[in-house]
Design a protein around this ligand. Structure first.
Ligand SMILES: NC(=O)c1ccc[n+]([C@@H]2O[C@H](COP(=O)([O-])OP(=O)(O)OC[C@H]3O[C@@H](n4cnc5c(N)ncnc54)[C@H](O)[C@@H]3O)[C@@H](O)[C@H]2O)c1
Ligand SMILES: Nc1ncnc2c1ncn2[C@@H]1O[C@H](COP(=O)(O)OP(=O)(O)OP(=O)(O)O)[C@@H](O)[C@H]1O
Length: 575
């Protein structure tokens, strides 16, 4: 129905803040108001008056919003402080792990560092407390003393050893030390700096001790065709006040054996007949032609023995504690399978990892450049050396529960070669994750989840979620959201030295789930956090050619990256 010309026309009705309809009026065209319109105007004035009370409610709301913003800021600052403390704790924990690994080596050489520490200068209660040192920030001071004392002790020990070299010329350990003094220094990194001979004993028959001496090797860097052994330590040089970066941080690394490798471990994909056949053939060849000691998983040893009793020479292990010592005995790891088998191999080494030679028997094989048909040729070359390697960085993750008493009471570390994923699991709610980088707030992820990936993992799940493909030698951590419910969320790549913290907020509607290289899911309740930083133990994988060629070959062959028919020559051209 058309409105009367004389009446005030209600032109729009909307909801005010209180949820009531508010009315706006327009004058009739003749400019006069009749009684009806007067009534209407009165009503309109009433409403206007009401609106001013709405205005004051509005002001209160604004004030309240301001106050909320201040509270949010304060909370964020508190959370950033917490993230910073956790980052620092993670760093100290990392240093502690390294220090502990170093001291374990000393212990394996028959020297109980803690005993020495106890007997020499620290009371026993304090010495026991030192075991916890990496977990307690206030003990940073002690850690420094600890390190200094460690250095003194190892100097003392090495001088003792040097003295006894003359007396025990036959002693292999001393020889190795002597060798270390001759070849280390400025020309590269030698393996005995990292991986010492293990002379600890184990009474297990399954895990014998007679060939515990590891082959030593040296890593050297080269670039632009320069394959000299010289490794320049200065990445940035300061000459006459000018900053230059003539040396690059990530170069092609070559591994050169200094003594012959003696022990290999073969890890295989389960439930595959072709892998089983190849494994048996390779074990025989390595034993008969190369005279190597061979370790396999208990499952594989059983499989080999059902084939023939001649495989009795193959070694295995019994429990987790023996797996923890594998890196001290094994010179080379061979994997037969796909990328999953390389991930499996990496997950077996929670500390240092011996060089890995990955043979492809899967469908994709991004990290498996060696074709299994030519295994003899490849292994010949690798066992002779030198060969190029890719140092694949890993991430180490800790879970901090809301119920934990302090920042240092954590679950982990979990080491991943590809990525750690925090997702919504079976919940149908959006995940809400608050992310911090060192002590800065990064963002809140609202979506299916978040992937924190290594550069090696950049071609795996992170790629599927829209992350960039990154050369594995690039030092960085990928921060890739999974289906973010936001138009502006782009993936990030952060530097490798940062510590990331992903927190499930207290007001989250559901739990989140963390998984490590696609395995071992852990539930994260509101208030729980996952802290993640670069691990000190990379996975060195042998290259078929070199890091770059292998990477490009795998994205071409594996993913058919940027495959397009070339445009034909005949057609329109620029004049
Ligand atoms: N949507 C996805 O793409 C998706 C989903 C879940 C898990 N994953 C990946 O699977 C990995 C676990 O692998 P798996 O073999 O044990 O499980 P899987 O058997 O389910 O294999 C997953 C696939 O990812 C490939 N892959 C693994 N690591 C890779 C890498 N670094 N670069 C390129 N491709 C890679 C494997 O070759 C395989 O084809 C996880 O770490 C994760 O990255 C991917
Ligand atoms: N030695 C092992 N013991 C137990 N599980 C293993 C072992 N090696 C591999 N796996 C697991 O088996 C699964 C498949 O392995 P892998 O990815 O190597 O083979 P694939 O699936 O045939 O390869 P692709 O994914 O390239 O087709 C992975 O989930 C991996 O974690």
């Amino acid at each position: 129905m058309a409105p009367s010309k004389n009446s005030t026309v209600i032109t729009s009705t909307s909801l005010n803040y209180a949820g009531e309809p508010s009315v706006s009026c327009s004058q009739p065209e003749n400019g006069f108001l009749n009684s009806i319109s007067l009534l209407s105007s009165e009503k309109a004035v009433q409403e206007l008056l009401q609106q001013s009370s709405v205005q004051s409610t509005d002001d209160h709301l604004m004030e309240f919003a301001d106050a909320m913003r201040t509270v949010a800021k304060a909370l964020r600052r508190a959370a950033e402080g917490k993230a910073s403390a956790q980052a620092e704790a993670a760093e100290w924990k990392r240093k502690y792990e390294l220090e502990r690994a170093h001291n374990l080596h000393l212990e394996h050489k028959g020297y109980n560092f803690y005993e020495k520490l106890q007997s020499s200068w620290i009371p026993s209660s304090l010495c026991n407390a030192m075991g916890m040192i990496g977990f307690m920030l206030p003990c940073v001071f002690f850690l420094e003393i600890f390190k200094q004392r460690g250095r003194e002790v190892s100097e003392e020990q090495s001088s003792k050893e040097t003295n006894s070299i003359g007396e025990r010329t036959e002693n292999l350990a001393s020889q190795s030390n002597e060798q270390s003094e001759q070849c280390c220094g400025m020309n590269g990194i030698c393996s005995h700096e990292v991986l010492r001979d293990d002379e600890s004993c184990s009474d297990s028959k399954v895990f014998p001790n007679k060939f515990t001496r590891k082959a030593s090797f040296k890593l050297s860097w080269w670039c632009n065709g320069d394959d000299s052994d010289q490794h320049k330590h200065d990445i940035v040089s300061f000459e006459r006040g000018n900053i230059t970066t003539a040396e690059r941080s990530s170069k092609q690394i070559a591994l050169k054996w200094e003594s012959q490798p003696q022990t290999v471990i073969i890890l295989t994909k389960p439930n595959s007949i072709s892998v089983r056949i190849l494994c048996a053939e390779m074990v025989r060849w390595l034993r008969e032609q190369k005279k190597l000691n061979i370790y396999v998983e208990p499952r594989v040893r059983a499989e080999l023995l059902t084939e023939s009793s001649i495989f009795n020479f193959v070694h295995t292990w019994k429990d987790e504690s023996e797996i923890m010592l594998l890196h001290t005995k094994v010179d080379l790891v061979i994997t037969l399978g796909g990328d999953g088998t390389v991930l499996w191999a990496a997950s077996m080494f929670k500390g240092p990892v011996p060089p890995v030679v990955p043979f492809s028997l899967g469908s994709l094989g991004f990290m498996t450049p060696f074709h299994s048909e030519r295994y003899r040729d490849y292994l010949d070359l690798i066992l002779k050396g030198p060969f190029n390697i890719t140092l694949r960085h890993r991430l180490q993750c800790h879970v901090i529960r809301e119920a934990a008493k302090n920042e240092y009471e954590t679950e982990g570390p979990m080491l991943v070669l590809n990525e750690v994923t925090i997702d919504r699991g079976i919940s149908s709610y959006l995940t809400n994750l608050e992310c911090y980088c060192d002590n800065s707030f990064v963002t809140s992820v609202q979506g299916d989840g978040l992937i924190l990936s290594t550069t090696s993992g950049s071609t795996a799940y992170s790629l599927a979620a829209g992350g960039s493909m990154v050369h594995p030698q690039v030092p960085g951590i990928l921060f890739t959201p999974i289906c973010p419910h936001s138009l502006s969320f782009r993936p990030l790549i952060l530097p490798e030295h940062v510590t990331l913290r992903v927190q499930v907020p207290f007001n989250s509607r559901s739990h989140a789930w963390a998984s490590f290289d696609g395995k071992d899911r852990k539930r994260l309740a509101p208030g729980d956090a996952l802290v993640c930083s670069m691990a000190p133990w990379p996975v060195p994988t042998a290259c078929q050619v070199d890091s770059t060629s292998d990477f490009l070959n795998s994205i071409h062959d594996g993913l058919h990256w940027n495959l397009r028919k070339t445009q034909s020559f005949d057609g329109p051209r620029e004049a």
